[in-house]
Design a binder for this molecule. Structure first.
Ligand code: ASP
Ligand code: MG
Length: 437
């Protein structure tokens, strides 16, 4: 069985939904994971903001506008009056549900229930559309099988067991449609896998059914070898190792949510990135295989803060790094890059919310310097130690750029540089020129 995920833009209008239907109705059995129609989750966040502020009129205005948008989609999507009437009735109940929140206290719990509506709407509309077309299809309710545990980590055993049950309830369907993003938490409340989490859903579903392949359909032709917003002539990378893709996804390639990699990697299920606008394009194939001896791609992550702690006390001492890392841990701030010398350590973080408190505590251990507005540029490829000269080539390409930190050897797949934001475009172009042309 294959699992195919279509993002918000791919189901963003009646026309796009028709394209998706054409793509998936090929006589092969599959599970299709859908996001909310593009813009919907943002609208639901906005509606929640009005409800938090108890601005009922504001919330209703937004709900009504969203409802009208959906009614327009229905007019364009379905061809029979019978279906239009039935689906509108169904949608009305969802919008009545949204309006009902104005009568209760509004907390995070209610907000999560509201956010879940986006995927519930898109899947309902799409499944009924397939039904109208005469396809043999069914809805798999994600809230019945997708669950996170106390630590907000997916409960994979529960997911596999209950997804299997849901499939058995409606056997022999050609196409199963299910919601991305939404789940229940440990307490049985409606929750979600965080913004952009539909990719994660697809990967978890794929792992649960031991899929042959997970396909993530977007509107770009795969992961590019550099950021097309800053570099001209970038190209899709045909083949990536899971670890290379994870680095790229985390360090800026927006096409794939970084969390999506792990379940697929653990279960050795290839992930293919494909383009709904150009379905025959090769896209990017992510698996446990990598191309040997090749530098594949470059990505950049903005909004990085670098912190240097210099201390004579570090010299010949042990336990210094632990103390430093513990401070970051106690403020729930993950560290991205680390470089050390005998008298100091530099780290980078992308969440500077607790920076002042962290710096204040670090001052116990040494002299602290902070650099803001930094960027991590990450070069991904087969960086095995045996490949002599690879790091030299990459470092050479950066010869005109002031580099604050370099990280190499953390994995076999990447070299990262920390540079100033103002040098980002220059660095990305220099790397493309040296590595890919
Ligand atoms: N609809 C959710 C969001 O906009 C999840 C997703 O699209 O992946 O974040
Ligand atoms: Mg997305």
């Amino acid at each position: 069985m294959k699992v195919l995920k279509f993002g918000g833009t791919s189901v963003g209008s009646a026309a796009r939904m028709k394209d998706v239907a054409k793509l998936i109705c090929d006589g092969e059995q599959k599970i299709v994971v859908l996001s909310a129609m593009s813009g919907t989750t943002n609208s639901l966040v906005e509606i929640s903001e009005y409800l938090y502020k108890n601005n009922i009129a504001g919330a209703y205005e937004r709900i009504n506008a969203l409802e009208q948008k959906y009614f327009d989609v229905i007019e364009d999507l379905y061809s029979t009056a019978e279906y239009k009437v039935e689906v509108k009735k169904e949608l009305k109940s969802h919008f009545e549900y949204l309006r009902s929140f104005s009568k209760s206290v509004f907390t995070l719990f209610e907000e999560k229930a509201i956010l879940a509506e986006g995927e519930l709407l898109s899947t309902t509309i799409f499944q009924l559309y397939l039904k109208e077309k005469g396809e043999n299809c069914a809805l798999l309710p994600a809230l019945e099988y997708m669950r996170i545990d106390k630590n907000a980590e997916p409960d994979t055993a529960f997911i596999a067991e209950n997804l299997t049950k849901q499939l058995a309830l409606q056997p022999d369907m050609m196409i199963y449609i299910t919601q991305g993003f939404i789940c229940r938490n440990f307490y049985g409340e409606i929750d979600n896998l965080q913004r952009g989490g539909s990719d994660y859903s697809a990967s978890l579903v794929g792992a649960a059914v031991k899929a042959d392949e997970i396909q993530i359909w977007t509107d770009i032709d795969g992961m590019h070898n550099n950021d097309p917003r800053f570099v001209e002539g970038t190209k899709p990378v045909p083949v990536l190792h899971f670890e290379e893709a994870a680095e790229l996804a985390y360090f800026g390639a927006k096409i794939l949510h970084p969390t999506c990699i792990l379940p697929a990697k653990l279960n050795n299920i290839p992930v293919r990135l494909l383009n709904t606008m150009d379905p025959n394009a090769a896209g990017t194939m992510i698996s446990n295989q990598s191309k040997k001896g090749k530098i594949e791609a470059v990505a950049a992550k903005d909004g990085i803060t670098a912190i240097k702690i210099k201390s004579g006390r570090m010299l010949l001492a042990h336990g210094f790094l632990r103390k430093v890392f513990e401070i970051f841990e106690s403020y729930h701030t993950p560290i991205d890059m680390v470089t050390t010398s005998e008298v100091g350590v530099s780290v980078s973080i992308d969440n500077a919310k607790r920076l002042d408190e962290i710096v204040n505590e670090l001052k116990k251990f040494g002299t602290v310097t902070v650099d803001r507005e930094m960027v991590i540029v990450c070069v991904v490829g087969d960086m095995n130690v045996e490949n002599i000269g690879f790091q030299a080539k990459v470092v050479n390409a950066m010869s005109e750029i002031p580099v604050r930190m370099i990280s190499y050897g953390g994995s076999n797949y990447n070299i990262s540089f920390l540079i100033k934001a103002e040098d980002k475009k220059r660095a990305l172009n220099a790397l493309s020129a040296a590595l890919f042309n």
